[in-house]
Ligand binder design. Structure first.
Ligand code: GCV
Length: 669
């Protein structure tokens, strides 16, 4: 039985799956061969397109019948795995063949992306399969509204899609629609609660697992496995044991039993996500045990059922003394985890933030990636724009993520290939009508999924795909206007990350944000705090000396060639100079400018770029739909206000510290 396509609640934006994106499937005869629940999902999708745009879908060859335009069949080669597929067009027929049901679903969405091109001319057989087996979103959603963080920690898109009024939502149609959007960009796993596991959420593992099972049931038809964040202290919090020591037999038995019960409820449960010994969350250090002991405890409980533990490496001292310049937070993940390489169970994945600090607009790639050859690593990026404008500012992160994924830690293998445990993003979606607050922030979610499928691809290709799917020419009122719309959106999104970088913290130095909520500038907001995030600006210069020769030694955590490149200000790339070095304001960059003049120039330029983007958006009023336009316009006002505030605070601060005037005499306060 075909599974009906989810119906979006009134007023909710269809994002990159507007009905019009399926028009090319209309008016055609489609044959679907194979059976299984995801095949029924595929059938439902095609049937919906036929209902709207004409055409017919059949499930079995009739005798003598062959005039099919599209064939979707479960006969693909086993080598392509469960998620791969082939696509070919020959003699007037487009055929997608997959070995597994998920592959058929991905193949269908591939055809949707191709649009008319899928049917217009012959195409040679091409094989597609994801480079990474796990393409996951971590939701930092709380069930109960947290007094400080609200419902979604670092969420800028309303409340949780999964939880409302202290329970799993009763109506899960929108969760199904979310699963559909995620499948259409290749995502196959979702963790449904915050890695900071509070009292209420701890219970999802045991007495409230039924609620998780319902959510899993809504995501499953789109090939998405559900994962849960758990507290390491669960045996004490939930099981009344006196300890959570990973080597204690009763603790091990407790986890084994609890996990077996999870699988009774959710047969295809993906596994656990754990934040341990990090920012106050409990962990194995309390018992004098290592993080390998901790991760392996949960891995052992999950192994009989085929689950995986995602163990986060965000372990650092968040109670540092700012006076102590020898402790360097950037070093922490590498220092904690590299000695344990080879000690983790096969079904334990270490989840590493892409940079050594915390999702700043510019950071080097974490040296931990590439330094643990005997361990499965997953790389974590942040789609939710905690430090990149909180979905009030446009900041398309595809280029940043692509740079991370294409970085070669040892000068040879790319991060995208080293991330054998997968790619994970902190989700930016919520119950907002546009899913992501700023409608243009949808592009981040879409690009993430596509990059996780193909990490070495050109990210701009995925940006164009998102634009083409989301803004169909017919929605824009015809082909000519469609072209203008797409060019304009490309213009405002393509360089938006670099624009954001220009008007905020300069040259990789990071932070300089308002403490707590992290929105807006505060140059010294974290300078005398315990969080380990400093810039050390004084009257002579700015930046953190992380060299081996005179600094914290962090640069030495890299393999060659990077250890040498980063060690000296003469070879360090400009954009990371202040991350690695403390330099005088008149230090001359590779660009030929002094640090201080670069800082002034970029801050003026950044604001001008926002002014221009706001105008471009204003010119699209008739093309993007009134609600979307109004939302974007309101956000652009705020982005411009915010960019000016950043410019003026940063420029004034450094002018006052250094006494060096702007060479171009512009207004600084
Ligand atoms: C979920 C940063 C954020 C925290 C977040 C943490 C993490 O510190 O500000 O809100 O906690 O990262 O990744 O665990």
């Amino acid at each position: 039985m075909a599974l009906p396509v989810p119906v979006l609640p009134e007023g909710v934006d269809p994002a990159w799956l507007p009905p019009a994106a399926f028009r090319p499937l209309g008016g055609r005869r489609t044959l679907i061969r194979g059976s299984g629940p995801l095949v029924e999902t595929v059938h439902g999708e095609v049937a919906e397109a036929c209902a709207r745009f004409g055409g017919e879908v059949v499930r079995a060859f009739g005798p003598g019948e062959s005039p099919y335009d599209l064939v979707l069949e479960l006969t693909g080669p086993e080598e392509l795995g469960d998620e791969g597929f082939t696509c070919v067009r020959r003699q007037g027929r487009t055929t997608v063949a997959a070995h597994g049901q998920a592959g058929l679903l991905y193949g269908l969405f591939h055809v949707v992306r191709l649009g008319e091109k899928a049917f217009s001319h012959d195409r040679p057989k091409q094989a597609h399969r994801p480079a990474l087996g796990l393409r996951m979103l971590d939701h930092w959603d709380n069930v109960a509204v947290h007094p400080v963080m609200g419902q979604v920690e670092r969420g800028y898109a309303g409340g949780s899609l999964f939880w409302a009024d202290g329970l799993a939502r009763g109506e899960l149609e929108r969760v199904r629609a979310y699963g559909r959007l995620l499948a259409a960009c290749g995502i196959n796993a979702v963790a449904v609660n915050n890695v900071n596991v509070h009292e209420t959420e701890a219970h999802l593992l045991t007495d409230r697992i039924g609620e998780v099972a319902r959510i899993a049931g809504a995501l499953r038809p789109y090939g998405i496995r559900t994962h849960l964040s758990v507290t390491f202290a669960a045996p004490m919090v939930l099981g009344a044991l006196p300890s959570a020591d990973p080597l204690d037999a009763s603790v091990r038995a407790w986890w084994a039993e609890a996990t077996a019960r999870v699988y009774e409820e959710i047969e295809d449960f993906g596994g656990y996500v754990v934040k341990a010994d990090s920012e106050g969350q409990p962990g194995p250090f309390a018992y004098g045990r290592s993080h390998a002991d901790g991760a392996n405890l949960l891995a052992a409980a999950l192994a009989p059922h085929g689950g995986t533990v995602h163990w986060r490496c965000f372990v650092y001292d968040h109670r540092q003394d700012w006076r102590d310049r020898t402790t360097d937070r950037a070093r922490a993940a590498y220092d904690h985890f590299t000695p344990l390489d080879g000690e983790f169970a096969d079904n334990a994945v270490l989840q590493v933030k892409h940079g050594p600090l915390d999702f700043q607009v510019r950071e080097p790639v974490s040296p931990l990636i590439g330094a643990m050859p005997r361990t499965r690593l997953a790389v974590e990026v942040q789609a939710t724009q905690e430090y990149t404008g909180q979905q009030r500012h446009v900041c398309w992160l595809g280029r940043m993520w692509s740079e991370v994924l294409r970085f070669r830690p040892d000068g040879d293998t790319e991060v995208g290939a080293l991330a054998r445990g997968g790619l994970v993003a902190v989700s930016n979606a919520g119950d907002d009508p546009f899913w992501t607050g700023h409608p243009l922030a949808q592009a981040n979610l879409y690009t993430f999924g596509r990059l996780a499928w193909q990490p070495d691809a050109d990210p701009y290709r995925f940006l164009s795909e998102w634009i083409e799917l989301t803004f169909t020419p017919e929605a824009a009122g015809g082909a000519g206007e469609g072209a203008r719309l797409r060019a304009s959106l490309g213009e405002v999104l393509t360089g938006s990350w670099q624009t954001y970088e220009k008007y905020t913290a300069p040259l990789g130095v990071g932070f300089m944000v308002q403490p707590g909520h992290h929105y807006g500038p505060s140059v010294d907001g974290y300078e005398y705090s315990p969080w380990g995030t400093y810039h050390f600006a004084d009257r002579d210069g700015v930046g953190v000396d992380r060299s081996v020769a005179t600094g914290t030694g962090y640069a030495g955590q890299y393999a060659k060639p990077w250890a040498e490149v980063y060690e000296s200000p003469g070879t360090c790339p400009d954009e990371l100079l202040l991350f690695f070095h403390h330099v005088p304001y008149d230090h001359v960059l590779h660009s030929g400018k002094t640090v201080i003049q670069h800082l002034y120039d970029t801050h003026f330029e950044g604001v001008e770029e926002v002014e221009r983007a706001r105008e471009v958006w204003a010119s699209l009023e008739d093309l993007v739909g009134p609600a979307r336009h109004a939302r974007g316009a309101e956000r652009y006002e705020e982005q411009l206000r915010g960019a000016r505030e950043w410019r003026d605070q940063i420029n004034s601060y450094f002018f006052r510290k250094s006494g060096v005037p702007d060479a171009r005499g512009r207004r600084i306060y």
